[in-house]
Design a binder for this molecule. Structure first.
Ligand SMILES: [Zn+2]
Ligand SMILES: [Zn+2]
Length: 224
Protein backbone atom coordinates (compact mmCIF):
# COMPACT_ATOMS: atom_id res chain seq x y z
CA UNK A 1 0.00 0.00 0.00
CA UNK A 2 1.29 3.43 -0.98
CA UNK A 3 2.23 5.63 1.93
CA UNK A 4 -0.36 8.30 2.69
CA UNK A 5 0.67 11.92 3.08
CA UNK A 6 0.80 12.94 6.71
CA UNK A 7 -2.15 14.84 8.16
CA UNK A 8 -0.22 18.11 8.12
CA UNK A 9 0.63 17.73 4.45
CA UNK A 10 -3.00 16.82 3.73
CA UNK A 11 -4.14 20.01 5.42
CA UNK A 12 -1.69 22.10 3.39
CA UNK A 13 -2.89 20.45 0.19
CA UNK A 14 -6.48 21.28 1.14
CA UNK A 15 -5.72 24.92 1.84
CA UNK A 16 -3.72 25.30 -1.39
CA UNK A 17 -6.59 23.66 -3.30
CA UNK A 18 -9.18 26.02 -1.80
CA UNK A 19 -7.04 29.15 -2.42
CA UNK A 20 -6.70 27.89 -6.00
CA UNK A 21 -10.45 27.51 -6.46
CA UNK A 22 -10.99 30.98 -4.94
CA UNK A 23 -8.54 32.37 -7.50
CA UNK A 24 -6.32 33.75 -4.75
CA UNK A 25 -2.51 33.94 -4.95
CA UNK A 26 -0.88 31.00 -3.24
CA UNK A 27 2.05 32.19 -1.16
CA UNK A 28 3.54 31.05 2.13
CA UNK A 29 2.07 34.07 3.90
CA UNK A 30 -1.51 33.21 2.77
CA UNK A 31 -1.00 29.66 3.98
CA UNK A 32 0.32 30.85 7.34
CA UNK A 33 -2.78 33.03 7.77
CA UNK A 34 -5.23 30.30 6.83
CA UNK A 35 -3.52 27.66 8.94
CA UNK A 36 -2.95 30.08 11.82
CA UNK A 37 0.66 29.05 12.10
CA UNK A 38 4.04 30.77 11.86
CA UNK A 39 5.78 31.43 8.52
CA UNK A 40 8.79 29.34 9.62
CA UNK A 41 6.60 26.27 10.20
CA UNK A 42 4.99 26.84 6.81
CA UNK A 43 8.39 27.05 5.10
CA UNK A 44 9.54 23.78 6.67
CA UNK A 45 6.43 21.92 5.50
CA UNK A 46 6.56 23.50 2.04
CA UNK A 47 10.16 22.34 1.50
CA UNK A 48 9.09 18.84 2.46
CA UNK A 49 6.22 19.01 -0.03
CA UNK A 50 8.56 20.32 -2.72
CA UNK A 51 10.97 17.46 -2.02
CA UNK A 52 8.06 15.01 -2.36
CA UNK A 53 7.11 16.59 -5.71
CA UNK A 54 3.67 17.74 -4.54
CA UNK A 55 4.33 21.42 -5.22
CA UNK A 56 6.62 23.72 -7.19
CA UNK A 57 7.70 27.08 -5.84
CA UNK A 58 8.12 29.69 -8.56
CA UNK A 59 10.51 32.63 -8.83
CA UNK A 60 8.01 35.01 -7.26
CA UNK A 61 7.47 32.50 -4.43
CA UNK A 62 4.14 31.47 -5.93
CA UNK A 63 3.21 27.94 -4.97
CA UNK A 64 1.89 25.60 -7.64
CA UNK A 65 0.56 22.09 -7.26
CA UNK A 66 2.28 19.46 -9.39
CA UNK A 67 0.07 17.01 -11.26
CA UNK A 68 0.54 14.54 -8.41
CA UNK A 69 -0.16 17.25 -5.82
CA UNK A 70 -3.32 18.34 -7.63
CA UNK A 71 -4.58 14.76 -7.85
CA UNK A 72 -4.03 14.29 -4.12
CA UNK A 73 -5.67 17.64 -3.27
CA UNK A 74 -8.68 16.89 -5.44
CA UNK A 75 -9.08 13.50 -3.83
CA UNK A 76 -8.93 15.11 -0.39
CA UNK A 77 -11.62 17.61 -1.41
CA UNK A 78 -13.81 14.74 -2.62
CA UNK A 79 -13.26 12.83 0.61
CA UNK A 80 -14.06 15.88 2.73
CA UNK A 81 -17.34 16.56 0.92
CA UNK A 82 -18.29 12.88 1.04
CA UNK A 83 -17.71 12.72 4.81
CA UNK A 84 -19.77 15.92 5.26
CA UNK A 85 -22.65 14.28 3.40
CA UNK A 86 -22.40 11.19 5.58
CA UNK A 87 -22.34 13.20 8.81
CA UNK A 88 -25.28 15.37 7.72
CA UNK A 89 -27.55 12.89 5.93
CA UNK A 90 -26.80 9.67 7.81
CA UNK A 91 -25.72 10.68 11.30
CA UNK A 92 -27.93 13.78 11.50
CA UNK A 93 -25.18 16.15 12.62
CA UNK A 94 -26.38 19.73 12.07
CA UNK A 95 -25.68 21.22 8.64
CA UNK A 96 -23.79 24.18 10.08
CA UNK A 97 -21.21 22.09 11.94
CA UNK A 98 -20.54 19.06 9.71
CA UNK A 99 -17.53 20.81 8.14
CA UNK A 100 -15.68 20.93 11.48
CA UNK A 101 -16.30 17.25 12.22
CA UNK A 102 -15.50 16.16 8.66
CA UNK A 103 -12.19 17.96 8.94
CA UNK A 104 -11.17 15.64 11.78
CA UNK A 105 -12.68 12.43 10.41
CA UNK A 106 -11.55 12.67 6.78
CA UNK A 107 -7.87 12.03 7.55
CA UNK A 108 -8.62 8.58 8.94
CA UNK A 109 -10.28 7.13 5.85
CA UNK A 110 -8.59 4.41 3.82
CA UNK A 111 -9.32 4.31 0.07
CA UNK A 112 -11.54 1.24 0.66
CA UNK A 113 -13.65 3.01 3.31
CA UNK A 114 -13.97 6.01 1.00
CA UNK A 115 -15.15 3.80 -1.84
CA UNK A 116 -17.67 1.98 0.35
CA UNK A 117 -18.89 5.24 1.83
CA UNK A 118 -19.55 6.70 -1.62
CA UNK A 119 -21.47 3.53 -2.54
CA UNK A 120 -23.42 3.59 0.74
CA UNK A 121 -24.44 7.21 0.11
CA UNK A 122 -25.41 6.37 -3.47
CA UNK A 123 -22.64 8.53 -4.97
CA UNK A 124 -23.68 12.04 -3.89
CA UNK A 125 -22.91 14.86 -6.34
CA UNK A 126 -22.40 17.71 -3.89
CA UNK A 127 -21.58 18.28 -0.24
CA UNK A 128 -24.47 19.47 1.98
CA UNK A 129 -23.42 23.07 1.22
CA UNK A 130 -23.78 22.57 -2.54
CA UNK A 131 -20.12 22.27 -3.59
CA UNK A 132 -19.74 19.63 -6.33
CA UNK A 133 -17.79 16.50 -5.41
CA UNK A 134 -14.85 15.90 -7.80
CA UNK A 135 -15.39 12.71 -9.78
CA UNK A 136 -19.21 13.04 -9.78
CA UNK A 137 -19.38 14.94 -13.12
CA UNK A 138 -21.46 17.57 -11.35
CA UNK A 139 -20.60 21.21 -12.09
CA UNK A 140 -22.18 24.45 -10.94
CA UNK A 141 -24.97 25.72 -13.25
CA UNK A 142 -23.89 28.06 -16.07
CA UNK A 143 -26.53 30.65 -15.18
CA UNK A 144 -25.38 30.85 -11.58
CA UNK A 145 -24.63 34.33 -10.22
CA UNK A 146 -23.47 35.53 -6.82
CA UNK A 147 -26.13 36.72 -4.41
CA UNK A 148 -24.70 40.28 -4.41
CA UNK A 149 -25.56 40.58 -8.14
CA UNK A 150 -29.33 40.07 -7.80
CA UNK A 151 -31.96 42.77 -8.35
CA UNK A 152 -34.96 43.94 -6.34
CA UNK A 153 -37.94 41.67 -6.88
CA UNK A 154 -35.93 38.72 -8.24
CA UNK A 155 -37.01 35.23 -7.21
CA UNK A 156 -33.88 33.16 -6.63
CA UNK A 157 -32.84 29.68 -5.60
CA UNK A 158 -29.73 29.05 -3.49
CA UNK A 159 -27.23 26.72 -5.21
CA UNK A 160 -24.06 26.80 -3.15
CA UNK A 161 -22.56 28.29 -0.01
CA UNK A 162 -18.87 28.78 -0.76
CA UNK A 163 -16.51 26.52 1.19
CA UNK A 164 -14.61 29.56 2.45
CA UNK A 165 -17.62 30.35 4.70
CA UNK A 166 -17.77 26.86 6.23
CA UNK A 167 -15.09 27.54 8.85
CA UNK A 168 -17.33 30.06 10.58
CA UNK A 169 -19.74 27.86 12.53
CA UNK A 170 -21.70 30.86 13.85
CA UNK A 171 -22.24 32.26 10.36
CA UNK A 172 -23.26 28.82 9.07
CA UNK A 173 -25.70 28.47 11.96
CA UNK A 174 -27.23 31.84 11.02
CA UNK A 175 -27.57 30.79 7.37
CA UNK A 176 -29.18 27.50 8.40
CA UNK A 177 -31.64 29.21 10.73
CA UNK A 178 -32.58 31.67 7.99
CA UNK A 179 -32.98 28.83 5.45
CA UNK A 180 -30.17 30.13 3.23
CA UNK A 181 -29.62 26.54 2.12
CA UNK A 182 -29.07 24.87 -1.29
CA UNK A 183 -32.40 24.29 -3.03
CA UNK A 184 -34.31 26.92 -1.01
CA UNK A 185 -36.05 29.78 -2.84
CA UNK A 186 -36.23 33.39 -1.74
CA UNK A 187 -37.55 36.72 -2.94
CA UNK A 188 -35.14 39.66 -3.13
CA UNK A 189 -36.85 42.50 -1.24
CA UNK A 190 -34.13 45.09 -1.51
CA UNK A 191 -30.49 45.51 -2.40
CA UNK A 192 -29.05 48.51 -0.61
CA UNK A 193 -25.81 49.83 -2.11
CA UNK A 194 -25.55 52.44 0.63
CA UNK A 195 -25.39 49.92 3.49
CA UNK A 196 -23.99 47.15 1.24
CA UNK A 197 -26.70 44.72 2.26
CA UNK A 198 -29.36 42.57 0.64
CA UNK A 199 -32.70 41.85 2.23
CA UNK A 200 -34.36 38.55 1.36
CA UNK A 201 -37.81 37.27 2.19
CA UNK A 202 -37.47 33.61 3.12
CA UNK A 203 -39.77 31.08 4.75
CA UNK A 204 -37.92 31.97 7.96
CA UNK A 205 -38.85 35.65 7.60
CA UNK A 206 -36.78 38.60 6.43
CA UNK A 207 -33.03 38.22 6.44
CA UNK A 208 -30.34 40.83 5.87
CA UNK A 209 -27.08 39.67 4.31
CA UNK A 210 -23.99 41.85 3.81
CA UNK A 211 -22.50 42.00 0.29
CA UNK A 212 -19.20 40.42 1.38
CA UNK A 213 -21.07 37.27 2.45
CA UNK A 214 -23.58 37.44 -0.41
CA UNK A 215 -20.74 37.32 -2.94
CA UNK A 216 -19.83 33.89 -1.57
CA UNK A 217 -23.33 32.49 -2.10
CA UNK A 218 -24.23 31.17 -5.57
CA UNK A 219 -27.85 31.47 -6.76
CA UNK A 220 -29.89 30.93 -9.92
CA UNK A 221 -32.90 32.97 -11.03
CA UNK A 222 -36.28 31.23 -10.75
CA UNK A 223 -38.77 31.73 -13.59
CA UNK A 224 -42.20 32.53 -12.26
ZN1 LIG B 1 -16.34 21.57 4.36
ZN1 LIG C 1 -19.35 21.50 2.36
Amino acid sequence: MKERASIVVEEYLQVIYSLLSEGKPIKAVNLANRLETSPSTVHATLSRMQRDALINIGKKKEIELTEEGFKKAENLAARHRLVETFLCDTLGIPWHEVHTHAHVMEHGLTPLIEEKLAEFLNFPETCPHGTPIPGSNKTLPENMIQLDAVKNGDQIEIVVIDESLEDSVELMRFLEEKKILPGKQHQVLETLAVTKTIILESEAGQVTIPFDIANKIGVIPVEE
